[in-house]
Ligand binder design. Structure first.
Ligand code: UDP
Ligand code: MG
Length: 327
C-alpha cells in the first residue's frame, strides 16, 4: 500500500542557528517513515520563513537545492507565529494527506511524529502532541502557562492543556479549519472547535536546541490576551458585574452620606467622597478599556485583511514558475 503524503510544516523566524539541525533530524524522520512504508515518498518538509532578518531564507534555499525533502515558502514580512503557521498549513494541505506542524527549535520530540502518523493511520484526524513535563521551561514560564490554561478553562475556552502547536491534522480537518476566517488567529483554540476524531500523544519537551525564544514576555502576554478576547466575552460580563456591584455599594454609601448630612456631620464626608470618585472613575476606565479591546477586534475583523503574503513559494505552484520562465 502506498502511504499518505505527509508534510511537516515548520514556521521559522530568525532561526538560522537551529535550522541545519532541524532539517537533518526531520529528514531522518521522513526517511525512516518512508522506509517502513508508513508514508509516501512524496512527503516533504515545508519551512515557512516568517520575514526573518537573518540568513534563514538563504539557508532554506541552499537546503532545497541539495535535500529533496526540503521545500520552503518565504513570507513578504513578519506575520507572526500563528499566521506563518497558517500560511504553511494552507500551502501544504493542497498537496498532502496529512500535515504535522512543529516549531523550528527542536523543543518538541521529532520521534513522536512516527506515533502521530500511526494514529492518523488508525483513523484519527487530529493528533495533539502534549508535553508530559515542563521541567525545561523556566519556573516563571511554567507557572504562568499553567495558570493560563486554568483561567481559560474557567471562562469557557477549552484548550488542550500543555499542547502547543505540535500536532498532526488530516487534510479534511485542515479544510474545515481554513473555513474559520478570523484575523485574530489562535489556532490552539480553534482546532478543538473543528472537531473530528482526535487523540493525544505525550512526550517530553526539551530545551531549545539553539538560539533564543522568539516569544519575549511582551509577545507572550499579547498572545494570552488575544487568546482570551478572541474566544470569550466573559471579561465584558465580569466588568458589567463589577459595575453593577459598584452601583449597589454607592447607593448604600449614598444613603449613609445623606443620613450623616441630616445628622449634621457633613465635614466627615470628604474622604468617602474622594474615594468613591476615584473608585468609580477607575471602574469606568477599566470597562471602557475592555470594551475598546473588543471594538478593536471587531475593527480588525471587519477589514478582512489577508493574514499573510507569500513572496516566494517553492512548494506548490509549478504554473507560476513556467510563466516566469516563459517571460
Ligand atoms: N516564530 C515565527 N514568527 C514569529 C515568532 C516565532 O514563525 O514572529 C516561530 C519560531 O521560529 C519557532 C516558533 O514560532 O519555530 C515558536 O517560537 P519560539 O520557539 O521562539 O517560542 P517558545 O517556544 O519560546 O514559546
Ligand atoms: Mg520554542
Amino acid at each position: 500500500m502506498i502511504g499518505p503524503i505527509l508534510t511537516i510544516v515548520v514556521p521559522c523566524y530568525n532561526e538560522e542557528e537551529v535550522l541545519p539541525e532541524t532539517s537533518k533530524q526531520l529528514s531522518a524522520v521522513l526517511t525512516h517513515l518512508i522506509d517502513d512504508y508508513l508514508i509516501s515518498r512524496d512527503s516533504k518538509i515545508l519551512f515557512v520563513d516568517d520575514g526573518s532578518k537573518d540568513r534563514t531564507w538563504a539557508f532554506i534555499e541552499k537546503e532545497m537545492a541539495k535535500n529533496p525533502f526540503v521545500k520552503g515558502i518565504k513570507l513578504a514580512r513578519n506575520a507572526g507565529h500563528q499566521n506563518a503557521l497558517l500560511a504553511g498549513l494552507e500551502t501544504a494541505a493542497a498537496q498532502s494527506d496529512c500535515v504535522v506542524s512543529i516549531d523550528a527549535d527542536l523543543q518538541d520530540d521529532v520521534q513522536v511524529i512516527r506515533t502521530f502518523v500511526e494514529k492518523y493511520r488508525d483513523g484519527f484526524d487530529v493528533v495533539y502532541g502534549v508535553r508530559d513535563k515542563r521541567e525545561t521551561d523556566t519556573f516563571f514560564k511554567r507557572t504562568t502557562a499553567e495558570g493560563f490554561y486554568r483561567f481559560m478553562n474557567k471562562i469557557g475556552i477549552h484548550l488542550i492543556p500543555n499542547h502547543a502547536d505540535f500536532r498532526l491534522m488530516s487534510k479534511r480537518a485542515l479544510d474545515e479549519l481554513f473555513k474559520y476566517k478570523e484575523t485574530n488567529l489562535f489556532l490552539r483554540g480553534l482546532i478543538p472547535l473543528v472537531g473530528f476524531p482526535s487523540t493525544k500523544v505525550f512526550y517530553d519537551r526539551k530545551e531549545r536546541f539553539a538560539g533564543e525564544s522568539k516569544y519575549p514576555l511582551k509577545k507572550m502576554l499579547a498572545f494570552a490576551f488575544d487568546g482570551i478576547t478572541s474566544f470569550s466575552i466573559t471579561p465584558i460580563r465580569f466588568v458589567t458585574m463589577i459595575g453593577f456591584l459598584a452601583v449597589i455599594i454607592s447607593a448604600l454609601a449614598g444613603g449613609y452620606a445623606i443620613f450623616q448630612e441630616l445628622a449634621g456631620h457633613t465635614e466627615s464626608g470628604w474622604t468617602s467622597l474622594i474615594i468613591s470618585i476615584w473608585f468609580v472613575g477607575g471602574l469606568q476606565l477599566l470597562a471602557v478599556g475592555i470594551i475598546g479591546e473588543y471594538i478593536g477586534k471587531i475593527y480588525r475583523e471587519v477589514k478582512r485583511r489577508p493574514r499573510y503574503a507569500i513572496e516566494v513559494d517553492a512548494f506548490s505552484n509549478q504554473k507560476q514558475d513556467a510563466f516566469m520562465v516563459g517571460k
